[in-house]
Design a protein around this ligand. Structure first.
Ligand SMILES: C[S@@+](CC[C@H](N)C(=O)[O-])C[C@H]1O[C@@H](n2cnc3c(N)ncnc32)[C@H](O)[C@@H]1O
Length: 219
């Protein structure tokens, strides 16, 4: 999945992952992370998710990163907000009050960009990467945030041979393999969501589970 792939998805408006509502798991389980309200929250591969604004509404400062500029612009435009735009090569920074979005490649981030981050929300970010890139993603997060931060992670599980990704199926064994070294990984919820996922039913898929994890920094 290169930049061109994601640009095309946005250009063709093939953004089936985007939710018109705030993510239900975020609202239900974020409080269980126990992070202070003014904590700076990192949202990698943020798209134009409304979750960014919900986190701000909870008193957080938020920093997202998103490759595709249209997505970043729509976050603000859809709220009637006019962001300040600053060139910060290789990124462009969009900002309104407590919400900052770096437009550019996640893999170009440096620890300085994320200085002060105290929590992370990943919904459809890890699972946007093909298998060979997921270890790179986890390694990169560890480099960017040498001190691990409380994380809420939402993944999907299905029979990978029944459809290609993204989103990719990431099973719990893999989540543990990726994060156990730095985190205590706990499953908070596992939901069968096949019946409410028309795109998956249309493909005659046999299973689809949404899985929510809390990653707590290891003592
Ligand atoms: C599956 S979407 C999920 C978006 C968001 N997390 C949500 O829940 O709506 C993945 C997003 O990551 C962006 N993306 C993909 N690769 C990226 C990268 N290397 N750096 C930054 N953003 C990336 C894509 O443009 C896309 O908007």
């Amino acid at each position: 999945m290169d930049a061109e792939f994601w640009l095309e998805r946005w250009q063709r408006r093939e953004i089936g992952w985007h939710q018109d509502d705030i993510n239900a798991h975020l609202q239900e389980y974020w409080p269980s992370l126990g992070v202070d309200s003014n904590t700076l929250v990192f949202v990698p591969l943020c798209g134009k998710t409304l979750d960014l604004l919900w986190l701000v509404s909870q008193g957080h400062r938020v920093i997202g990163v998103e490759l595709v500029e249209t997505a970043v612009q729509e976050v603000f435009a859809e709220q009637g907000l006019t962001p300040t735009v600053t060139d910060l090569p290789p990124f462009r920074l969009y900002q309104v009050d407590e919400l900052r979005i770096l437009c550019g490649d996640f893999f170009a981030l440096t620890p300085e960009h994320l200085a002060g981050v105290g929590a992370l929300f990943d919904r459809a970010s890890l699972i946007a990467f093909p298998p060979e890139m997921r270890q790179q993603y986890a390694d990169r997060l560890a480099t960017l945030m040498p001190v691990p931060v409380p994380t809420l992670l939402v993944t999907l599980e299905y029979a990978q041979h029944e459809r290609p990704g993204p989103p990719f199926s990431v099973r719990s064994e893999e989540v543990h393999a990726l994060f156990d070294a730095r985190y205590q990984v706990e499953s908070l919820a596992r939901l069968d969501v096949l019946e409410e996922s028309p795109a998956y039913l249309k493909r005659r898929m046999t299973q689809l589970h949404e899985q929510v994890y809390r990653l707590s920094p290891s003592p």
